[in-house]
Design a protein around this ligand. Sequence first.
Ligand code: PMV
Length: 331
Amino acid sequence: MPKATVEAPSNIAFIKYWGAKDLDEAIPAGPSLSMTLQRCASRTTAVFHEGEDGPDEVLVAHNTDDLAPAGDAFRRPIVRHLRRLCKWAGRHGRFQIATRNSFPSSAGLASSASGFAALTLAVLRAFGVAPDRATQSVLARQSGSGSAARSVMGGYVAWPEGDRHAARQVAPHDHWDLRDVIALVETAPKKVASRDGHRRANTSPFFEKRLSLLPERMQQAAAAIETREFEALGEVIETDGVELHLITMSSVPPIFYWMPATLAVLEAVRELRAEGVPAYSTMDAGANVHVICEPHHEEQVARRLSRVDGVLEVIRDRVGPGPRTDVEPLL
Ligand code: PMV
C-alpha cells in the first residue's frame, strides 16, 4: 500500500498575507514574505488505498503520542483537500491520514501552514509523483491555507508569483541564520479564525492603503535579506506586524487579537533595542509575539521575554531548510 511521511515546518511572515481575492483557493490580495521555521513543524503520514471507496480516516495526536480520530471541524478541510488532490492527480481511492505537531497544538501557534504543507507533500509522495516546488506550493495553497504555500520551501520565501500564485524562495536558510524567539501569552484557540479575518479585511478603510504600500515593502525586505542588513529588515517586520493588527482592529466588525501581555512583550522588545540589542517583533492573527533576532542575541532575548508578566512559555526557533522526508512514519 503506498504510504509516505513528510514533516513540514511552520513559517513566520515578515510581511503578512491578510485579505484574499479568492478565499477558497487562497489567492491573496497582496504579496507576503516569510521565514520558514525549523522546530515548529507538522508530521503527516498518508496511506493511499487505491481504488477503494469509503470515508477517509483522519487521526491526530493532540499533545500526546496517542493517535485518535479527529473531530469534525479538524477533519472536514483535510478531507476536502484530499479529494482535491485526487482530482488533480486523476486518482481514485481513500486515505488514512495521521498527523502530529512538534509544538503543543494548544499553544496558539499557527499550525495550518505546516499542517497543510505536510499533508499535501505526503499525499503527493504516496501517489508517487514529484511535481516541481512551484506546483507543490500551488497545491498547498489550494487547501485554503495560503500560508501553507510558503511552507513547502525552506529559507526566505515570497508569495505569490505568476499566474499560478505560487511561492518562490528568495534565499536559502543557510544564507542567513536568523532566530525566532516566540513569547506565548495565550494558549486558547483564537476567537476569530484567520479565515474570517481575511474575509473582513477589505472592510477596513485602511486596507487599500496597505495594499498600495506592500510592493515597496516587499522590495525593502528582499533587499535587506539579500544584503543581510538586520536593522533594515527588522524595521519592515515590525511595521508590517503592527499594520496587520491595524487592519483587524479597523475591520467591520473589529477583531482584537492582542492581550495585555502582548503589549508588555512589545514594550520589552523596545527596551531591548534601547539597550543596544537589535530585536524586532511580529504577531500573526493572535496574541503571541515572535521576536526576530540574530543568533548572538538569542539568549538575551529569550531571558528577557521569559521575565515579562503574562508570558507563559518561550519557544526558540530558527530559519530552517524546509520539509523533510527522513522521519519516522506515524502509521
Ligand atoms: O494561511 P492562513 O489563511 O491561515 O492566513 C495566515 C495569516 C497570517 O498568519 C496572519 C499571516 C501570514 O502571512 O502568515
